[in-house]
Write a protein that binds this ligand. Sequence first.
Ligand code: ADP
Ligand code: 5GP
Length: 195
Amino acid sequence: MAAKAPARLTVLSGPSGVGKGTVVAEVRRRHPDVWVSVSATTRRPRPGEVDGVHYHFVDAAEFDRLVATDGLLEWAEYAGNRYGTPAAPVRAQLAAGAPALLEIELQGARQVRARAPEAQLVFLAPPSWAELVSRLAGRGSEPAEVQEARLAIAQAELDAAGEFDVVVVNDDVARAADELVGLLTAPSPGLVPGE
Ligand code: ADP
Ligand code: 5GP
């Protein structure tokens, strides 16, 4: 009997400013059927961000409650705010046999690997360090000291690329989005067709 590929959990990670949000938005634009997890965060919304669409914006007490009730698949503190993946929607998606995509930072990607070793970890890399610095500055969404904090974290995050299953270079948004979509639905390595 042909093996049915299990629904796959894919994690997209990479340094702040590399273009994770941009690439995921492009994936959604081209493939509205691709399911992307909406994280909870204690960060304040940026202009244009919509509660329940870009993030679930919660206060510290609500985030504490999510952690205490084991409501998060993973969570991490990043540049002074907390971010986490609500577990139930991801489980429901995978149980329904459909792929799920998480866009999270490195500590969270490591937690997913520990809890779900079958998950596919994709690292989005910048074409160069100079390009990463200029993208983060060009976004203009954070004051200089926050940009500095994010760049310091980014340096450590780049060093972790080797822990990931696949590296996608974000040289061109459309190309990187296509490559990511291909990975979402590709059969898991190690699954032998026909077994
Ligand atoms: P992240 O979600 O990883 O923090 P963003 O998606 O916010 O990063 O992108 C950071 C900045 O880089 C944005 O201004 C975005 O428009 C720009 N950007 C993203 N991808 C590319 C690309 N392939 N080429 C040029 N600029 C890009
Ligand atoms: P931003 O504040 O720029 O939206 O996100 C900051 C960082 O938090 C990014 O690297 C983003 O990928 C990450 N992030 C967003 N949601 C989550 C989440 O649910 N869990 C973890 N661990 N990181 C997240």
